[in-house]
Ligand binder design. Sequence first.
Ligand code: GTQ
Ligand code: FE2
Length: 371
Amino acid sequence: MDTNELTGSDRPHDVAQETELDAFYADLAAAHLHPLWRITRELLTATPAPRAVPWLWPASVMLPLARRALRLVPVDRGGERRVLSLGNPGMPGSPYAAGTLWGAIQCLGPGETAPAHRHSPGAIRFVLSGTGVSTTVDGDACDMYPGDLVLTPSWNWHDHTSTGDGPMFWFDGLDLPMVEALDAVFFEPYPDFRQPDSEPHNRSEHAYGPDRTRYAEGDAQPLDPRPSPLLVYRWADTDAELTRLASRRDEAMVSLEFVNPQTGASVLPTLSCAMHRLAAGGATAPVRRTGNTVVVVFRGSGASVVDGVRMEWSDGDMFVVPSWSAVEHASAIGADLFTLGDAPVLRALGLYREQRLPAPQQVRGTFPHGD
Ligand code: GTQ
Ligand code: FE2
């Protein structure tokens, strides 16, 4: 029996009204009008409901595939880059790591150049392994070594050239999904395949010092539309600053944010980059924040619990912490984690929140997920 069936004298009236309502909703749909009262709950969620799910891409899966790409696929105009992007399974078919962030592994073989272009989305590179690549950013050739952070701000010409004798691998982070959501994507190829060779290399690096101004403990200054004029943050400096922070206090994890040495703001107006050193035997308290984060394991191993899902990770793995997911990290041997986030945008718009949770999360599952 139909559970919606109505009784008694109401019936003729309600059937008529129901028919009229059905017709009304059909007419609304045909007119491209949406009745809010039917979608309020899915739109105005009590807390953020990102489509991105916690997910981990192991280096043991990514690197062999990147090596196959090195063998099989040349870097040409049109394709532009040999890049494998993290596609979050919570957003089927999407090449984005999360709703606001692009994350990817890029590789370049010996002697190769990835052609010069510019685009309105801003990008950062965090070098994983290999040597011999330099990225020329608006005429300034920036040499890249493992652990370095290299910026290619919005609308800066950039190409990547390898003079090394082996492949190089790095993490790319872009604000592309945000810029796309704002309908503000522009792209232009450079007239030549690459920019002129610049001598000396690393000009921005030599123009800014001392090193300490390149890092902020705690939060960066509020959003500034100007990207950092310093384009390279060297691992030796980052490592030294992490060591200094860790020696000052006995904490499970110390963190620094890479900042614009002129203003103290995040490296790009849309993106924040940070480095975290998890002590051997350290375990952090759970916290949730608005904004998506991509975590890149630079070295070490450990495990993170993200919304009850425990993910074990080691060198070169990448994982996503979606907005407002509870996250905590632990490591037996210690680890250095690079993170990319959209926090500058949330802060600038008055949308940033964070909540510290009283107790470690209950682990409800492990990654990779079983059936
Ligand atoms: O290296 O210029 O991962 O333009 C995506 C788009 C890298 C790049 C990406 C890009 C680049
Ligand atoms: Fe690019």
